[in-house]
Design a protein around this ligand. Structure first.
Ligand code: 5RP
Length: 212
C-alpha cells in the first residue's frame, strides 16, 4: 500500500458533505477517496471521469450522476505532476479528457497527490499525455515532434476510443501551451491543467498530510 496516496486520498473526503455533487477523478490516489466515501456511507452524487471510476462507484455504493445534468460543487482528482503555481500534468491513467471536462466545471478542483508529485517545473519527471483521434494520429505525432524532445504513442485506447501520445520534455508556459496543443486539428485534449486548482492535498510517505 502507498501510504502517501492513501493519506491524501482519504483526507480529501473531509471536504465532502452529504448531498453534494462531487466530481470524481481517476487513479490510484482517488481510489482511496472513493473507498472512504463508500465506507462512510456518504450520500453524494458522483460525476465520474472514467469508466474505471464508474465501476468503483458501483462497487462502493456511490450514486452516479451525469455531467449534462449536474455542476460539481467540488472535484477530487489526482495528478502526475504539480508545479509551484498549481499547474498540473494529468492523464497518466489516460482519463485526461473526461477529467478536464469535469474538473474545469467544478467550483473547486481539489488535487490529491503523494509528495513525489511536487515538481519545480512541469515535464521534470513525467511526460505530457495528449489524446488524439485515431484518424490522424501519425500526422499529429509528427507535429508534436516539432514541439517536444520525444513523442511516444501509448499502447492504449481511451474511454472515448482515441489514442494517447506521450510527449517528453520541459514545459515552458503551460497556460499558452495548453491552448496551442488544443488548436492542433486532431487533438482532442491535453493533460495540462492550468485552471481551477484550489487546495492540493499532499500525502507524505510517513502518512502525514499537508494542504497547500
Ligand atoms: C488519470 C490521471 C491520474 O489522476 C493521475 O495519473 C494520477 O494517478 P495516481 O493517483 O494513480 O498516481 O490523471 O488520467
Amino acid at each position: 500500500m502507498d501510504l502517501a496516496k492513501k493519506a491524501a486520498g482519504e483526507k480529501a473526503v473531509e471536504f465532502i458533505k452529504d448531498g453534494m455533487i462531487v466530481g470524481l477523478g481517476t487513479g490510484s490516489t482517488v481510489f482511496y477517496t472513493l473507498k472512504r466515501i463508500g465506507d462512510l456511507g456518504l450520500d453524494i452524487i458522483g460525476i465520474c471521469t472514467s469508466v474505471d471510476t464508474e465501476n468503483k462507484c458501483k462497487e462502493f455504493g456511490i450514486k452516479i450522476g451525469d455531467i449534462n445534468e449536474y455542476v460539481p460543487e467540488i472535484a477530487i482528482d489526482g495528478a502526475d505532476e504539480v508545479d509551484p503555481n498549481k499547474n498540473l500534468i494529468k492523464g497518466g491513467g489516460g482519463a485526461l479528457t473526461r477529467e478536464k471536462i469535469v474538473d474545469y466545471r467544478a467550483k473547486e478542483l481539489v488535487v490529491v497527490v503523494g509528495e513525489n508529485k511536487l515538481v519545480d517545473y512541469l515535464g521534470q519527471r513525467f511526460y505530457l499525455p495528449v489524446e488524439v483521434l485515431p484518424f490522424c494520429w501519425k500526422r499529429v505525432k509528427s507535429e508534436l515532434e516539432q514541439m517536444f524532445e520525444k513523442v511516444v504513442k501509448r499502447d492504449f485506447v481511451t474511454d472515448n476510443k482515441n489514442y494517447i501520445l506521450d510527449c517528453y520534455g520541459r514545459i515552458e508556459g503551460p497556460k499558452t501551451l495548453e491552448r496551442e496543443l488544443n488548436n492542433i486539428p486532431g487533438v482532442v485534449e491535453n493533460g495540462l491543467f492550468t485552471k481551477n486548482t484550489g487546495r492540493v492535498v499532499v500525502g507524505k510517505d510517513n502518512g502525514e498530510v499537508e494542504i497547500i
